[in-house]
Design a binder for this molecule. Structure first.
Ligand SMILES: [Zn+2]
Length: 76
């Protein structure tokens, strides 16, 4: 789905929206810049907030915890 404008008559600086990756108008007419819309801005702020409040629950995988037996020192 291509929504690129064929020809821009006026010089509008377009930047990439950090949220959706689409074209965002980086001008005074866009109060949500560098986001393309208020929705994307809210999504980005929400993601930042949730990322901040997220508990660091990602510890060691169970494989490393269970593999604690010194099987290499087994004698034959
Ligand atoms: Zn966007």
């Amino acid at each position: 789905m291509k929504s690129r404008p064929a020809a821009s008559s006026v010089q509008i600086k377009l930047v990439t929206c950090p949220t959706c990756g689409g074209d965002s108008v980086y001008a005074a007419s866009n109060p949500f810049r560098p986001f393309c819309s208020e929705r994307c801005k809210n999504i980005d702020l929400g993601a930042w907030a949730s990322e901040s409040f997220r508990m660091p629950a990602t510890g060691l995988p169970e494989d490393q915890i269970a593999d604690d037996e010194p099987r290499s020192s087994a004698s034959h």
